[in-house]
Design a protein around this ligand. Structure first.
Ligand SMILES: C[S@@+](CC[C@H](N)C(=O)[O-])C[C@H]1O[C@@H](n2cnc3c(N)ncnc32)[C@H](O)[C@@H]1O
Length: 237
């Protein structure tokens, strides 16, 4: 099932002409960045379970890229377990808060930069792992974003992701709540898909699904944690 954006008509027509600009995508996130930084993590036990799982996949000889890093909370926790972690986000305000946190709590392996996950951010094969936490439902074009992840990974490299699957929520959320919140500026455009559709999209980019997990500890967990590997020897066509 293709991912559906709940963007209003004006924005949907922009999608057919290359998609909204990075500045436009950043607008919502720039506005809420300070509040986002201050909000507590809703399911701390689930978050810690994900961090433990990801740490087990990282090592000190790996170069790692994070897309949609927000204010850098996760990057600050994971960077010490890598050789280098470049954490990126489309929102300059999110990145400026992340840099303030890094200045207060220096981690030599870590740097932050503004970058759009819908556009190339890395040289081909530059990274051993790409982290995408709570962002793949926010890109403009899921296939394109996953293609870029594939390009950024070296053969054998890992995509490590956790993604809210909006199609698995109560249907009132994608069909009523989100459109209303979008209309009053309280929600960004989101893609609606379930875990199967996300796995298919990852597989379409030639990556092998290694693991599909749920780490939530409170109620129904609609966030799927997926690890996928770029084949060490990509097929020759
Ligand atoms: C829900 S927050 C998640 C932040 C962080 N990864 C976390 O798990 O707490 C989504 C983040 O994705 C960023 N984002 C949205 N669209 C993006 C895009 N096209 N490229 C890069 N970042 C994007 C937003 O600016 C925001 O910081």
């Amino acid at each position: 099932m293709p991912a559906r954006a709940t963007a209003p008509l004006a924005e949907r027509s922009a999608l057919t002409h290359g998609g909204p600009s990075a500045a436009r995508k950043a607008r919502f996130w720039d506005r809420i960045a300070v509040k986002y930084a201050a909000d507590p993590i809703a399911d701390m036990a689930g978050y810690e379970a994900t961090l433990r799982r990801v740490r087990g996949l990282l090592s000190a000889d790996q170069d790692v890229l994070e897309i949609g890093c927000g204010t850098g909370t996760t990057a600050l926790r994971l960077a010490p377990f890598t050789r280098r972690l470049l954490a990126t986000d489309v929102s300059a305000r999110m990145i400026s808060i992340a840099r303030e946190k890094l200045a207060a709590e220096p981690v030599p392996q870590l740097s932050f930069d503004v970058a759009d996950a819908d556009a190339p951010v890395a040289s081909p094969g530059e990274y051993d792992a790409v982290l995408a936490f709570n962002v793949l439902h926010l890109v403009t074009d899921l296939d394109r974003a996953l293609q870029l992840v594939g390009h950024a990974l070296r053969p054998g490299g890992l995509l490590i992701s956790k993604t809210p699957c909006i199609s698995e929520m109560n249907p009132l959320i994608p069909y009523l709540v989100l459109p209303v919140m979008r209309a009053i500026g309280k929600a960004p455009p989101v893609l609606c898909f379930d875990a199967d559709a996300l796995q298919s999209a990852i597989a379409r980019q030639g990556m092998d699904i290694v693991s599909v997990e749920r780490h939530g500890t409170r109620g129904k967990d609609f966030r799927v944690f997926i690890v996928a590997r770029k084949p060490a020897n990509p097929p020759i066509h």
